[in-house]
Design a protein around this ligand. Sequence first.
Ligand code: HEM
Length: 508
Amino acid sequence: MGQTTTRSDDDSNPSTERTADGADPSTKRTADDADPPRPPAPGGLPLLGNVYELASDALGFYERRAATHGGVVRYDVFGTESYLVTDPEAIRRILVDDHDRYEKGAMPRDQLGGLLGDGLFLAEGDDWREQRTAIRSAFFREQVAEYGDPMVDHARRAAASWDDGDVVDVHAAATDYAFDVLAESLLGSDVERERETVRAAAESVTERFDTRRLTSFLPAWVPTPTNRRYRRRLAALRSTIRDLVAERRAAGAPANPGEADDLLGTLVAAADLGAMDDDRLVDNAVTFLFAGHETSALGLTYTLYCLADRPAFQRRVRREVAALDGDPAPADLRECPALTAAVDEALRLYPPVHSFFREPTEPVTLGGHRVPAGVVLTLSPWAVHRDDRWWDDPTTYRPERWLRDGAAGAVHGDDAPGPAVGERPEYAYFPFGGGPRHCIGMRFARQELRLATATVLRRLRLEPVTTDLSVRASANTRPAGPVRVRVRDRPAEADDGPAAARSPVGGE
Ligand code: HEM
């Protein structure tokens, strides 16, 4: 496609800077198109639509639909008209060029509204814009770099708790790790005092949204034991956050969101500047805690598992991080292209967010098809990341695909996920969404995944125990069972040294 991508430092909108790209004319904005056809609508059952296929294997359903019927295809869920969009150019139009013709819509609000309220994740229009502007400084490069210490410290602690030969469930370990990092980044030094309240709420949220429990499909007000616990713990969390906010105000919070030491400080300063009221402030604290917890935990789980399963590439990453002066600092990550490739490839093969939704607020033309207003559009990183039109051997973990080995050694962009785009459209890879509403925590998450992986691999070698990873579509892309690896003390230099260095990368 011959397009290049540059991304700005402030990270507010990575995708609007794309150069003009000669996209398929059928995907251009065409209010006056001569009546394009509706997308294909391969049949489902009357009334139920495609519910059965979705409930039994949503990820496989998305993949098969996209492969068989193309980039925009209809499906139905209990009479709700839905379209799976997997054409990268159509995705770019929805998220970037024409983003103002779409909203997140009713589906995410119905599922998550009780938890996330009117915070950044669910807000729409001017309300969203104001919140995003007020909060974005917390995710500027310099600010995110400040969270490097907790990211490394907690990884060091986890690695120190494992002995040579231990079998570890990396999903459980990564879930604890991501929680600790996020809680500390959100609450700073207040975290010790409030850890139990926050952890109890996090556990209840996971339980409430676990799609393996039938009761998860009941609304939160139905008084099942799980729901009662969930409501009680969420109320306790919100009240704790309110108390902390009051304490910070009493102690004189910074007046400028950019000067705060942690995420809560940014939110308090933004509220004091009038960008949001106190209810929104609490909604946003809860939003960060939950939008950034399971997603990062899954990203780390899949990175560690995939590296355990690819010993030669793991060795390459270990050599890279062993060459650092000590445990990594955020600035060191620029020198770690193989590490970066390892993480970005894990997010390709197992994107933690397998799909997300938009609704057009007016009739639109997508991929040459007419799509009515108000329907559900499902954008699926899972299906697009596994499309063999964009990816060779798409179901294989192959981080080498991100590396360009030049005279100066391997290079891989530090700043944005993905390689220099060239041979594939930009939206063939979008684990963090795109356009103005891309993940505000993207830089935080990519730094966290790399610092944690580097810290672990400077001490330990990972061997796979689970040999056949299987995943399922819950709210996110969850493993179907424990993800076990065996940890080994880092090998003597002889094992990791020149002999290993000569072994071809990729050949196991
Ligand atoms: C590997 C980790 C992560 C992945 C894969 C991920 C993925 C995503 C995706 C796909 C979206 C866009 C959803 C949409 O457009 O409907 C999103 C939005 C968002 N993410 Fe993340 N995320 C990650 C980590 C984080 C972290 C660490 C935080 C916070 C500290 C965070 C906070 C948010 C918020 C607040 C939004 C909504 C932004 C807005 O609408 O303006 N995420 N994320």
